[in-house]
Design a protein around this ligand. Structure first.
Ligand code: PLP
Length: 387
């Protein structure tokens, strides 16, 4: 079967929704089938589900379209997508300029594993174009950024980075998990790769793990026939089906995440126990003008500092009824988690001297969900006390 024959709506017993195909192997055409991934890279044939599967393929097509890219390759998790991308692009002796504040797992992967494999890593404040330019050397192959960056919600100017990358002959990869394609489409601004953890806003309900890389067809073929097939982090059809259902309501959910986050950010800004509130939609955000230019939606993530850090975290854990004290983000339910700066800067962000300038002693990372804003604010008041 070819991927042009995906049994879409009505194709199979009149079904209106995409069939969930669990098959991990497909009838092979003896004329064209080859046994090596390298021979299958550009092929549209289903063969073995580590290469591709019709349900996963349908999600890939929709994600490519959502990001305005030629092709998409899905993975079992966001980290699987990111590690595949880094391995696909970087070889021993080469160099990557990486944002000094990214998803902690990415920072640790670069610091511990890429360096051990002989790949140079410079951690740089990528909100400073000058710092990025200064870090690029003759061996640099890739600039890797996250915008907004988890958890300090610092932005990078993608148009400026793309200009530097193309002038210096370097590739630009953007983790756009927090922005989502509703806010920003980095490929249209000049990025070469865009990455999402599908476990967050795109899946949207905290019930599936997944990741994706969207890029040109040639780069996607290289990723599919190399790190997807060889590292083996393929997305399961069940997860693809769940994530695709989440994607169908992404624009509606992002509008609500944004309006809820704006209401909560304003409430927190006025609260006597709260110090700094970081949200790209607030005029107080140091890069609010850039956020307005680059984001059509300010997303649903807020970071804030508050009096009594760790004790307050304990009170939240005990007292909150609507908001859950838990990691992750982008779920329909509100999630809050305390990140002490001492812990972050002795761990993943040890090479990010600017981290504490944003985070102070510590931040609460608050992924504002889809509940009514009144219920969320009432719940916060249980832990923070009345204003
Ligand atoms: C969660 C997250 C990841 C990792 O994704 P997983 O699906 O958990 O592997 C990467 N980048 C960002 C910005 C994230 O929030």
């Amino acid at each position: 079967m070819s991927s042009d024959d995906i049994p879409y709506a009505g194709f199979w017993e009149g079904a209106l929704d995409l069939p969930l195909v669990f098959s991990n192997s497909f009838v092979a055409d003896p004329e064209t089938s080859r046994f090596s991934a390298a021979d299958m890279g550009g092929s549209d044939q289903y063969f073995y589900a580590r290469w591709s599967n019709p349900t996963v393929r349908a999600l890939e097509r929709e994600l490519a379209e959502a990001e305005g890219g030629e092709e998409a390759v899905c993975f079992a998790t966001g980290m699987a997508a990111i590690s595949a991308l880094l391995i696909s692009v970087l070889s021993s002796g080469e160099h990557v300029v990486m944002s000094d504040v990214c998803y902690a797992g990415v920072t640790e992967l670069a610091r511990d594993t890429l360096r051990r494999m002989g790949i140079g890593v410079s951690f740089v404040d990528t909100s400073s174009i000058g710092a990025v330019e200064a870090a690029i050397g003759p061996k640099t192959r890739l600039i890797y950024v996250e915008t907004p960056a988890n958890p300090i919600l610092r932005l990078c100017d993608l148009a400026a980075l793309a200009a530097v990358a193309s002038a210096r002959g370097v590739l630009l990869a953007v983790d756009s998990t927090i922005a989502t394609p509703i806010a920003t489409r980095p490929l249209g601004i000049g990025a070469d790769y865009v990455i999402h953890s599908l476990s967050k806003y795109i899946g949207g309900h905290g019930d599936a793990l997944g990741g994706v890389i969207v890029c040109s067809a040639a780069r996607a073929a290289k990723i599919r026939s190399g790190p997807l097939v060889h590292l083996g982090g393929a997305l399961s059809p069940m997860a693809a089906w769940i994530i695709r259902r989440g994607l169908a309501t992404l624009s509606l959910r992002m509008a609500r995440h944004e309006s809820n986050a704006m209401a909560v950010a304003r409430y927190l800004s006025a609260h006597r126990r709260v110090g700094r509130v970081i949200y790209p939609g607030l005029t107080e955000h140091p890069q609010h003008d850039l956020a307005k230019r680059q984001m059509r939606n300010f997303s649903g993530l807020i970071s804030f500092s508050a009096e009594g850090g760790a004790e307050l975290a304990e009170a939240m854990h005990r007292k909150l009824r609507v908001v859950r004290y838990a990691v992750s983000l982008g779920k329909h339910v509100s999630l809050i988690f305390h990140l002490p700066t001492e812990y972050m800067t002795s761990g993943p962000f040890a090479e990010a001297p600017s981290y504490s300038a944003w985070a102070g002693d510590g931040l609460f990372r608050f992924s504002v969900g889809l509940e009514s804003p009144e219920r969320i604010i009432e719940d916060l008041e249980r832990a923070l006390g009345p204003n």
